[in-house]
Design a protein around this ligand. Structure first.
Ligand code: HEM
Length: 223
């Protein structure tokens, strides 16, 4: 336990925690997006899927996933905040005339995209899981109608679209940097790995963007 605590106290320890939790969170977002593609098959399939997720058969799996996800989110945010604070303390005076040669836009905006994504997830759970926020009517046994109704509200669709673009920026930088932290890069495979990280980011973000967009454009309509 002490060894773990001492390792976490180092900058590398915090980066490894961010990388491991980040990869687990990314896998969740990927699987979640693939599950949501059932929207395109019409109401019966996605409604059956939602029904299964809330059944007693799926409860152990659902709750294990929820506990792991929550722990990952908590540790990811804690390590990010501590690293940000350590950086700030190490350089209390801002650079003058700073040039961003190495860091691209995605890397520079990580500390901004992170909290906005967290705010999106809170809104998203209140909207689609607990139904405490109801921008449109909620149908307890009809996830399809609830989803389509929500995305028909322009402000909701716009919020999802902005959040998904920011998620894309976040992952664009993060996936590659996590692989580097975990020492999983190699000069021989770096180009392929970097390309794979970018393709995976695009798959997740374009898939997620397609849901509010296809409702707003009228490709997916209420039953
Ligand atoms: C447009 C894209 C998205 C759609 C259409 C969508 C859809 C949904 C739906 C329908 C649920 C409720 C499932 C149910 O309880 O029946 C849900 C829950 C959830 N979503 Fe999403 N989602 C999207 C993007 C995301 C993203 C990008 C994240 C994470 C960054 C995310 C994280 C979650 C979480 C944590 C839950 C709660 C799961 C639970 O019940 O424990 N979603 N989403």
């Amino acid at each position: 336990m002490d060894t773990l605590r001492n390792y976490y106290a180092t900058t590398m320890g915090k980066k490894v925690v961010m990388a491991v939790t980040g990869i687990l969170l990314f896998l969740y977002v990927l699987v979640h997006m693939l599950g949501n593609l059932q929207l395109y098959a019409g109401p019966p399939l996605i409604n059956q899927y939602a029904h299964f997720l809330h059944s007693s058969r799926a409860a152990p799996l659902l709750w294990t996933a929820r506990v792991v996800l929550l722990a990952c989110v908590g540790l990811h945010i804690l390590a990010a905040a501590q690293l940000w604070w350590r950086n700030r303390q190490a350089r209390p005076v801002a650079y003058s005339g700073r040039t961003w040669r190495e860091a691209d836009l995605a890397a520079r905006t990580m500390i901004l995209s992170g909290p906005i994504i967290a705010a999106f997830v809170i809104y998203h759970i209140l909207h689609l899981t607990t139904h405490d926020v109801r921008p449109a009517p909620v149908f307890e046994d009809n996830l399809y109608a609830t989803l389509v109704g929500g995305f028909q509200v322009p402000a909701v669709a716009a919020f999802y679209i902005v959040a998904m673009v920011l998620l894309g920026f976040h992952l664009w930088h993060a996936l590659w940097s996590w692989l580097q932290t975990l020492g999983l890069t190699h000069p021989h495979y770096d180009r392929t790995l970097r390309l794979a990280a970018r393709v995976l980011t695009l798959i997740v973000v374009l898939g997620d963007l397609s849901f509010p967009l296809s409702v707003q454009l009228g490709f997916v309509t209420a039953p």
